[in-house]
Write a protein that binds this ligand. Structure first.
Ligand code: GLV
Ligand code: MN
Ligand code: MN
Length: 383
């Protein structure tokens, strides 16, 4: 979890590995672990690599971390070969990508892209701690947020290796694939307020049960999501208050996550879900407040970078498979300052966001080797 003791331990381990690989490394003000390997001379623009260090609850161990470790491994190889390239390499372990703690995601990469509005730092976790307070407790100074921002001229491109988190590469017998675009997402927080009451005394017709209302909303959301191919919708978190076996729930809060490759489809689905929640709430005489936590449009990978990545895949004797990403990634934020590319590594059984998430050692090797060749042969667009 972002800015947690475990997050600190992960960040420190990663900074140690970055230094062992010959990089200058430190935490930035947003808690990102940043390592830099200079090019042929100091101060050159960089090829930015990386992924995130935070995880979801009960996560697998590859989502995020695999991309950070693989990138460090590539730099370590260059360093051992005493090789400097005509550009610098920066490896970033983003402090927050998942958004589990604060509900709003990509905090680390948005800070680096300079698109994180200072007001976002007032967002609170379920315990009432704001991002700004959490940064201070972590020993970081939120007033320095703007110093984290990188200029377009400093970043030649961004490339991320990531576990696929889906079944496509496995089904086709391929160790790696090249991402075409990252699906957009919308996140909502819905609060329903009815009336708490005695579970034994209030007749069914007189209840204003917020949790029964939420149940109706969830089933409605599922129906909306199933109505269009490739549209997906999830309620991943729900909390009922006061939360006792013999009390009618008076207040419920739940999250909604909607995604689609097409922004128009996603936006239409979100509008439908919002109006249906209002209708369901009115019918039950409960109040509904819907807060939009985040909207991200679909993010295309840059064709010129995909071509270079595909050359690296082919050089390892692997057939090139292009595929979209259903999951969100840091590149969605970084694309505000640089073109992006992503390499997916085959995932066992397509299982992710689950402790059973797994990859084979051989596939991890192929992924890192492709990333290494891509870095080694990388040609910036303007060259
Ligand atoms: C990140 O894993 C996301 O897609 O939610
Ligand atoms: Mn994830
Ligand atoms: Mn991830």
């Amino acid at each position: 979890m972002f800015l947690s003791p475990e997050g600190r331990a992960a960040g420190e381990a990663v900074l140690g590995w970055m230094r062992e690989a010959g990089m200058q490394a430190g935490l930035d003000t947003m808690g990102n672990a940043v390592g830099r390997y200079e090019g042929e001379r100091a101060g050159l623009p960089c090829l930015m690599l990386g992924s995130h260090l935070d995880t979801v609850r009960d996560a697998g161990k590859y989502d995020g971390m695999l991309g950070v470790i693989s990138a460090i491994e590539c730099v370590d190889t260059l360093n051992k070969q005493k090789k400097r390239l005509p550009f610098a390499i920066e490896v970033i372990g983003f402090g927050d990508e998942e958004g589990v703690r604060f509900g709003t995601t990509l905090l680390g990469s948005r800070a680096i892209a300079g698109t994180l509005a200072p007001e976002v730092l007032e967002t609170k976790d379920p315990g009432g701690t704001s991002i700004a307070q959490a940064l201070i407790q972590f020993g970081l100074n939120p007033e320095h947020l703007s110093k984290v921002k990188r200029k377009k001229s400093e970043v030649l491109a961004y490339a991320e290796l990531h576990i696929e988190q889906g079944p496509v590469l496995e089904a086709e017998g391929l160790p790696v694939g090249v991402v075409t675009a990252i699906n957009g997402f919308s996140r909502l927080r819905v609060t329903l307020r009815g009336e708490a009451g005695h579970a034994g005394t209030v007749p069914m017709a007189l209840r204003r049960d917020a949790l029964a209302g939420a149940a109706e909303c969830i089933v409605m959301m599922e129906r909306v999501a199933k109505s269009v191919p490739e549209l997906v919708g999830t309620v991943g978190r729900i909390e009922a208050k006061p939360g006792a076996i013999n009390v009618i729930p008076g207040e419920v809060q739940f999250t909604v996550d909607v995604r689609s490759p097409l922004d128009s489809v996603r936006q239409e689905a979100v509008a439908d879900v919002k109006s249906e929640i209002a209708r369901i709430a009115a019918g039950r005489k409960i109040r509904a407040d819907i807060e939009s936590l985040q909207d991200f449009g679909s993010s295309a990978c840059a064709p010129w970078l995909m071509r270079q990545l595909e050359r690296a895949v082919e050089a390892r004797g692997v057939r090139v498979r292009r595929l979209p990403s259903g999951a969100g990634h840091d590149g969605m934020a970084i694309k505000a300052i640089a073109d992006i590319a992503m390499l997916f590594v085959r995932c066992k059984g397509g299982v992710s966001h689950n402790p059973a998430e797994s990859i084979s050692e051989e596939d991890a090797r192929v992924g890192a080797a492709v990333l290494f060749d891509f870095i080694h042969e990388f040609e910036p667009l303007s060259a």
